[in-house]
Structures are given as structure tokens and as C-alpha cells.
Write a protein that binds this ligand. Structure first.
Ligand SMILES: [Zn+2]
Length: 557
């Protein structure tokens, strides 16, 4: 540690250095003209810089400003005091900085290696820069005495005639009691040197502004491009919505809720792309409508649309249905028969209830999708097909994959694009317009003058959980229109379970679907004395599905 030991420096007093000439309006400090600016004014200037150029550029500007100031002071003091040891000059700089009211600088450590290396540590007390920064911006994450660190670096570099850089390791601006600053020669900074040099020797202000202007210009161009893209996208969406609405209207499909709009937009977007699509949705949600829309808005619209319910056929039947068979392949196969893959070549094949397909058929489906060829049951040669497959299911196929009942590779092949149709209870906004449309349709068909639905009835319709979704709603309305005695559908004509759900559950209920399903199946079986075919018909599900569910719920005896 070096104390300022030079006799001249011992006597370094403000009075001696300061030449105050109020009559001339000039103040000189160590023979340089100075101006007195309040710390607040400097703080404001600093704030202007930060707010105008951003923190990083302001930081570098202030570091360079400090560097030039420090360098200049050192050269002047050296001429005045002619110190023999540059280290004495460093002490003088610290005193000067204190005199200027910038910071009270205390030398903690100042070592010079034999190789000329520098290793210094200062403590700064009451840095005006930290004080101003906290005043304007509050406590900072990193150090903020930028012009001070610049000053120390410039002053020391001039004193020692070599590149020395200072950096704060703790700062009052960060909430420390005081600031700690370390200085090293260029070589000692190692990997940090390029960053430090960049701060001090970086581009000029003009360069910084040019750089900023280029960045701003680029940003503006980017925004303009983005805006054009958004406009274009908006136009595309308008066209898409128009197409969807026309399609929905032609099929009397009611779409009001944003959730359902989104589903149809997705479908319209994927339609022309010829990829495989997987449609998720509970039964009765309108999966077939969506699949048909995909077909009709695709380039295959003129090809055939063929659909098969995989749950309705036994494994053997489904196989021959999908892939066809050769004459004599099995008893009853009296002639060659093409399968649906062939029939739908250049068109669309809709595989409903794909989740019910047996493993052997899953393997064949995978092959048909991958190789784009099939082999009829009992035939030798393969046949090329160009069929787009759209599959639908109400089962969680990922869970089926996890359980090992559905092939993962087939799942990924089918699920290239997934569309999930929300159940009716999740888009209740669609219920009133649907009810009105269904009432109108049923009344027209039956030649009855039923036009409205009582408010009470609509409340029940809105509140019910609709496990059978749109199909169940349509059936309920049809039944109500048949029963209606006046021009209005009332509670009396609605299915009893709607009123039950009112007494049993709260609005916005979270009825267990499985429980509801189990109850409905039990009821249907009871009503038809255990006749599965009739019960399945009434429930609007296939006998195969009914049987599977009966087993699932322990209703099979
Ligand atoms: Zn600081």
C-alpha cells in the first residue's frame, strides 16, 4: 500500500489547486478551467443518456468520458508535480477525485510486480454516481459507477504509461456499503480483456448511433413484414371462415362457440394438405361432419368418401371390408372383392372408432399407410392405393398405447395431425342456437307448429351435461317436439334425466361421465329387457361397443 508520500502531495490542498476568479467568471483547478455542476445535474445528464441510448451504450459512453477525464488529469498533475514514482501519482489522483467531490477514494492495495504488472484495489466511499443512479432507478443488479471506473482506468493508464483497467466488484448502487474496485494491467485481465477493451475503446458515439439506427430500421422493417404477414393471414382466415360457414350452413351444422370455430378452422387448414388426420371427440360431437369437411375441401373432393365404423364389425369382417378378399379366401368368398382402401383410392377413407381395431388389423393398417399398398385377404399380389385416411376415436389413444392395446407406430402415423372436438358441455354457447335449429327442423319434418322453447326448458338444456353430445341433444329435441302440445317446448317434454340432473347436481357440475354412461346403459338394458341390439340402438352406439362397455362396467352376465 502506498500513501501519497511526495512532500508536494502532502500539501495538496484544495486552496492551492483551486484558482477561483469570480470577477472573470472563470474557475481553474490545477490550471485547467473547470465548471461546477451539481451532482443532481450530472445525475440528470446521466439519466438522459441511459433513457436515450439504453443502459449499455450509456454505460460505455460514461466509462469513456471518465477515462478521458482521468487521463487528462493525470497528464496535468504529472506536469505540475513531476513525481518520480508513478505510484505517487496514483495517490494524487485519488486525492484529486476526492477534492472534486466525486468520490472519496481509499487505496487498499497497490502492488507493482517486477514485470511491470499492476494489481490494485481501491475502496470508494459515497460515490456520487451510485447515489444518482439509485435516486433515478433504484437499486441496481450490477455496478453503476461507470464514469468513476473510467476515470480510475484513464488516470492510472496515463500515470503508468501502460494499459490498466479498473472494474467494480461491489457497488453502493447495488446496495453495498461502499464500492470496491480492482485494477489490473491488460495481461493480468486474461479472458476479460476483450470485454474491457471493448468498453473503453469501442466505437465512437456516431458509430453507436449509426448502429442503433440500423437496428431501429431493421426492427421497423421486421414489424412491417410481420404486419403484412398478419394481414395476409387475416385474409386467409376470412376466406377459410367463409368456406367453413358455407359448408356448415349447407349441412345445417350450428357453430357459434369459439372452440368449435377453431376446430373447423383447423380442419379447413389441414384439408388440402393430404396428410393423415386423427379426430378426437366423444360420440355425438360431430366427428363425421368434420371429417367430411376435410374431404370436401381437399383436392380429393371429387374422389369417393368411404366410411367404416371399426367397432361395428368383427375382426374378420373388418379385415375383408378394409382390404378386400380374393375368391375362395374363406367360405362365402365366391368372387374377388375390392376393399375400402381400393374403393377410396384417390378419395378419403374415414375410419371411425379406430381405437377399437384389433392388433392384427392395426399391423395391416400401418403397412397400408406406410407402403401405400394393400393385399386382399387370400391374395398373392399387393395393390397400390392412393387413399387418404382420416380416423376418429373417442378413446384416449395415448393411454391405449401406454396400456399396450394400440400400436405406438400406428398412433404416430395416424396422429400426424390431431383435431380435438370439445364435448357439448364444454361449449354450452352452441346449445341455444342448436336447440332452435333442431326445433325448427323437427317441427318442419313433423308438420307441427312448434316454434319456441320455454326459458325454464332452455335452462335445463343448458345445464345438462350431455354425455351423448349433439346427437343426444338433437334426439331430445325431436322427442320434445313430438310431445309438445302448444307452440312451445316446455320442461314436461324434456327427457327426465335433464330434471334429475337439476335436482342431483349443481350448475357447472362435474358429473362423472363413466358413472353417467354406466347408469344410461343400465337403464337402456332394463328398458329392453336385456336386449342388447335394441339397447344399443336406443343408446346410439354399436352392439360391439355396448358389449365392450357392459364388460367394462360389469354389466355383462
Ligand atoms: Zn459504485
Amino acid at each position: 500500500m502506498v500513501k501519497p508520500s511526495h512532500p508536494e502531495l502532502e500539501r495538496l490542498q484544495l486552496a492551492e489547486l483551486l484558482d477561483f476568479r469570480p470577477d472573470l467568471g472563470v474557475i481553474r483547478l490545477h490550471e485547467q478551467r473547470v465548471v461546477i455542476l451539481s451532482a443532481a445535474a450530472m445525475g440528470l445528464l446521466r439519466k438522459e443518456l441511459i433513457d436515450t441510448f439504453g443502459r449499455d451504450i450509456a454505460r460505455r459512453l460514461l466509462m469513456r468520458f471518465g477515462y478521458a477525464d482521468g487521463y487528462h488529469d493525470a497528464v496535468n498533475l504529472r506536469e505540475r508535480f513531476k513525481w518520480r514514482d508513478p505510484l505517487e501519482g496514483l495517490g494524487a489522483g485519488a486525492i484529486l477525485h476526492t477534492l472534486e467531490g466525486i468520490v472519496r477514494s481509499e487505496v487498499i492495495r497497490l502492488d507493482r510486480g517486477e514485470d511491470g504488472g499492476v494489481d490494485a484495489e481501491f475502496a470508494w466511499h459515497d460515490s456520487y454516481e451510485a447515489e444518482q443512479h439509485v435516486h433515478h432507478y433504484g437499486q441496481s443488479e450490477d455496478s453503476v459507477c461507470w464514469s468513476l471506473a473510467g476515470y480510475a482506468s484513464g488516470y492510472t493508464s496515463a500515470c503508468l504509461g501502460q494499459e490498466v483497467y479498473f472494474r467494480e466488484t461491489a457497488c453502493a448502487g447495488q446496495g453495498a456499503k461502499g464500492c470496491t474496485i480492482i485494477g489490473r494491467d491488460a495481461a493480468a485481465w486474461g479472458d476479460d480483456l476483450p470485454a474491457l477493451r471493448g468498453d473503453f475503446q469501442g466505437s465512437s458515439l456516431k458509430d453507436e448511433i449509426d448502429r442503433l439506427q440500423v437496428a431501429v430500421h431493421r426492427r421497423a422493417q421486421h414489424l412491417a413484414r410481420r404486419e403484412r404477414q398478419l394481414d395476409e393471414r387475416e385474409r386467409e382466415l376470412d376466406l377459410l371462415r367463409d368456406r367453413i360457414n358455407r359448408h356448415a350452413e349447407s349441412r345445417k351444422f350450428v357453430v357459434r362457440s369459439p372452440a368449435m370455430q377453431e376446430v373447423l378452422e383447423l380442419a379447413a387448414q389441414v384439408a388440402p394438405l393430404d396428410t393423415t388426420v386423427l379426430v378426437y371427440g366423444e360420440s355425438g360431437t360431430g366427428k363425421e361432419f368434420v371429417v367430411r369437411m376435410i374431404h370436401e375441401q381437399s383436392r380429393r373432393a371429387n374422389g369417393s368418401f368411404v366410411s367404416v365404423n371399426c367397432a361395428a364389425l368383427t375382426e374378420t369382417l373388418l379385415e375383408s371390408e378394409l382390404f378386400g378378399h380374393a375368391r375362395g379366401a374363406f367360405t362365402g368368398a365366391v368372387r374377388d372383392k375390392p376393399g375400402l382402401f381400393e374403393v377410396a383410392s384417390n378419395g378419403t377413407l374415414f375410419l371411425d372408432e379406430i381405437g377399437e381395431v384389433a392388433p392384427t388389423i392395426q399391423a395391416k393398417l400401418l403397412r397400408a399407410l406406410q407402403e401405400r399398398e394393400i393385399r386382399r385377404v387370400g391374395a398373392e399380389r399387393t395393390i397400390k392405393v392412393n387413399t387418404r385416411v382420416v380416423a376418429a376415436t373417442n378413446r384416449d389413444l395415448r393411454a391405449a398405447v401406454a396400456a399396450g392395446t394400440f400400436r405406438e407406430d400406428l398412433y404416430f402415423r395416424l396422429g400426424a395431425f390431431i383435431i380435438t372436438i370439445p364435448p357439448l358441455r364444454d361449449r354450452r354457447a352452441d346449445i341455444p342456437p342448436m336447440v332452435h335449429e333442431f326445433v325448427r327442423r323437427a317441427a318442419t319434418r313433423m308438420g307441427k307448429d312448434v316454434r319456441t322453447v320455454s326459458a325454464e326448458a332452455m335452462t335445463l338444456l343448458m345445464r345438462y351435461s350431455w354425455p351423448g353430445n349433439v346427437r343426444e341433444l338433437e334426439n331430445a329435441i325431436e322427442r320434445a317436439v313430438i310431445l309438445a302440445r302448444g307452440t312451445s317446448v316446455t320442461i314436461r317434454e324434456l327427457p327426465p334425466e335433464l330434471s334429475e340432473s337439476r335436482s342431483r347436481t349443481q350448475p357447472g357440475d362435474t358429473l362423472d361421465l363413466k358413472e353417467q354412461e354406466q347408469r344410461l346403459i343400465g337403464k337402456a338394458l332394463e328398458r329392453f329387457n336385456g336386449n342388447r341390439k335394441k339397447a344399443a340402438e336406443a343408446l346410439n352406439i354399436s352392439p360391439v361397443t355396448l358389449w365392450r362397455k357392459m364388460k367394462e362396467y360389469g354389466l355383462a352376465t
